[in-house]
Design a protein. Structure first.
Length: 386
């Protein structure tokens, strides 16, 4: 067996309704009193956080809510939030929200306890300092950020940079599917497809793929594939929501160890330039990247076809099974009703060379792709997606 290493969060709680007793859960672990809760304004003003905030207050936590997080958070938002958390004397950081809120919470935890600058953290394995205790609770079933060692920040006008370090693994991830009830169908679809992309790319990663990441990827897809449409069509379906949330977390554990590749590399410029939500960006290029990769990843795709229970003839060969998997994924995306072309999100043909050039800057992701991706290849994929 090829040697490998695997890391994830040291503690995970999966418990429907646990946000209503989060104060007690944290009190069992920490003697501190000052907590900063990192979220976005919509969640804070919608009332979704009210049970968690009440539980924290009942358990004696002094809570400072930072709700300035926005999608694809710019570096100045991170730095301002960290300064406010530091000024409040934060002792514990709780990230409660979507991937952006959890990504910002990770960096706040480091910036509050370390003298290292944010600029010095960009890249792989560059975080030096200690961090505050960190707890993460997702409100969407998609990013898997609650169990990853990655934080994505928008740097400059349109570019994204990653901070990748085991220091960013939370001490505790809490999965409460009740927080995801009622998430709109479009957001459910986009974030769910994002989670599926994590599982697919981890399973086919050219680097660091291992038996544990493979197991997690397959189980994630077994949970996500049959439940995505159920969750989209009935936002209150508890069973579907629980399956989606756990599936997204398992996919997060997989890709945090066997990293994602070209789908994400081509999706990032769409978010940077056109502010397309990350999950939707992935969905827009997914099919075209799968078809590009198929000649080099057919055996892996065939295995995933069997995982999903795709229909094919008993005598079907590897290639036939691989394309059955791609067709099944495409049918799922179509059924969700989310946008399917770049034109639908404001991209024009004249923009494609710029996007292809920017995608090539994501070499930390492209090196994981099962097939070499050139700038011309990226341009061809964007043209196919237009």
């Amino acid at each position: 067996m090829t040697a490998f290493s695997f890391a994830t969060v040291p503690s995970l709680i999966v418990d429907y309704g646990s946000a209503r007793r989060v104060g007690e859960l944290l009190r069992e672990r920490y003697r501190a009193t000052r907590l900063v809760l990192v979220t976005d304004r919509f969640l804070n003003e919608s009332g979704l956080l009210r049970p968690a905030l009440q539980s924290l207050a009942n358990a004696g936590w002094q809570v400072n809510v930072i709700d300035d997080v926005v999608a694809d958070p710019p570096d100045h938002v991170v730095l301002d939030a960290a300064a406010r958390a530091r000024a409040s004397g934060a002792e514990v950081v709780l990230g409660l929200g979507g991937g952006s809120s959890m990504d910002v919470a990770k960096l706040i935890a480091v910036l509050c306890a370390s003298s290292q600058s944010l600029d010095a953290m960009y890249g792989v394995g560059k975080v030096e300092g200690p961090r505050l205790p960190l707890v993460l609770m997702p409100t969407t079933a998609g990013t898997g950020s609650e169990v990853t060692a990655i934080s994505i920040v928008t740097t400059g006008a349109t570019t994204k940079s990653g901070v990748v370090s085991p220091v960013l693994y939370a001490d505790l991830a809490i999965l409460d599917a009740e927080l995801t009830l009622g998430l709109p169908a479009q957001a459910t679809a986009a974030t769910g497809i994002d989670a599926m992309v994590h599982a697919i790319e981890a399973y086919t990663s050219a680097r660091l793929k291992n038996p544990l990441s493979d197991m997690l990827s397959k189980e994630a897809l077994r949970l996500l594939y049959p439940n995505l449409l159920r969750a989209c069509r009935d936002g209150g379906n508890r069973q579907a929501r629980e399956a989606m949330l756990l599936g997204a977390t398992l996919a997060g554990q997989a890709f945090s160890n066997a990293p994602v590749a070209a789908v994400h590399a081509l999706a990032y410029p769409l978010g940077g330039h056109f502010h397309v939500p990350h999950g939707l960006s992935n969905a827009l290029v997914l099919m075209h990247v799968l078809r590009f990769n198929a000649p080099h990843a057919s055996s892996r795709y065939a295995e995933l076809a069997e995982t999903l229970g795709c229909e094919f003839a008993a005598q079907a060969g590897t290639d036939e099974k691989a394309y059955a998997f791609i067709d099944a994924m495409e049918a799922l995306v179509v059924a969700t009703g989310i946008p399917r072309t770049l034109r639908e999100v404001g991209v024009a043909a004249a923009d494609l060379p710029m996007l292809a050039g920017d995608a090539m800057k994501q070499q930390r992701l492209l090196v994981n792709n099962p097939r070499e991706m050139t700038e011309q290849s990226a341009l061809d994929i964007y043209r196919a997606a237009l």
